[in-house]
Design a protein around this ligand. Structure first.
Ligand SMILES: Nc1ncnc2c1ncn2[C@@H]1O[C@H](COP(=O)(O)OP(=O)(O)OP(=O)(O)O)[C@@H](O)[C@H]1O
Ligand SMILES: [Mg+2]
Length: 266
């Protein structure tokens, strides 16, 4: 068992999190009585090997973002453990970078300056690096634009570049492309496949989009409704680009829809 743990980049063991319901009256949607411990995560267990692109899906409000905040060290669990390279997480690390669902660029800085914020060294040679990353995410020529002068997709690209330039060991992405239009989302998906092949990093990626998870993931972890448990831990050993309309991926897609309580004709 111990040997296995050293092979994995991340080990999550019996992770539980509850919040105290502070409101004095029971709310319509809340399953918790006032002042009661409101269970969000109910014993999560999974392992992420180094270099894995792990996608997480699950119903809205089941605790995905909470789980990310705990694994990335921003929040403490109620019980259970998170090990990164066999060591318990005690707080955030500059080797682990998060890209959140909301716009995270500094509005008073240009795209170039935002990306440079990912660097600790402000030296002259850093400039070339910033230009390289602008090019990598297709933003060459837009370095001097402020966030409000960029489209939603471009802002996401700048955020991805700012995360990548730090050369993180673990990249956490919480529904990073949720607010983008369909075509831009497909483009970003392709870019993420390329990024993962180019950089030696472990990626944890939350999405509501089942197809996105199936196209990107080496692993798809499906969480149940709150309080969340792991409903399905699925390894996907298929080459890219992936066709979801045929073969075993088509069947897996159907099965995920079914497990999520969706009965669409697919
Ligand atoms: N700081 C907090 N205090 C109290 N309750 C919280 C806190 N943070 C999260 N919650 C509750 O925990 C539950 C899970 O929230 P979380 O944001 O992790 O869900 P999620 O799966 O990321 O949802 P979504 O898919 O909509 O982003 C929600 O019911 C939320 O109200
Ligand atoms: Mg969330």
């Amino acid at each position: 068992m111990e040997q296995d743990e050293t092979l994995n980049k991340i080990e999550v063991r019996n992770l539980k999190k509850s919040y105290v319901e502070r409101r004095s009256k029971k709310r319509f949607l809340s399953q918790c009585e006032p002042q009661e411990d409101c269970k969000v995560l109910d014993g999560l267990d999974f392992s992420i090997p180094a270099g894995c692109f792990a996608c997480f899906i699950g119903p809205s409000g089941c605790g995905k973002s909470t789980m990310f905040r705990i694994i990335s060290g921003f929040e403490k669990p109620s019980s259970g453990t998170v090990l990164i390279e066999g060591k318990p997480v005690t707080g955030p690390s500059n080797r682990h970078v998060c890209v959140f669902q909301e716009d995270g660029l500094f509005p008073w800085l240009t795209a170039r300056q935002n990306i440079a914020m990912g660097l600790t060294n402000a030296a002259e040679e850093a400039r070339d690096e910033v230009e390289e990353y602008l090019e990598l995410v297709g933003l060459s020529g837009f370095g001097d634009h402020y966030p409000h002068e960029l489209s939603g997709g471009m802002r996401r690209r700048a955020e991805v570049a700012r995360a990548l330039i730090t050369n993180p060991e673990i990249l956490f992405m919480d529904e990073p492309f949720g607010a983008l239009d369909f075509v831009t989302r497909l483009q970003m998906r392709e870019e993420m496949v390329n990024v993962h092949q180019m950089f030696d990093m472990t990626i944890l990626f939350i999405t509501h989009d089942i197809d996105e998870a199936l196209q990107l993931g080496d692993k798809v972890i499906m969480l149940s409704d709150r309080p969340a448990t792991v409903a399905w831990d699925l390894d996907l050993d298929f080459p890219h680009p992936r066709d979801l309309t045929a073969g075993p991926l088509k069947d897996l897609r159907k099965e995920i829809y079914r497990k999520m309580g969706l009965h669409l004709a697919l």
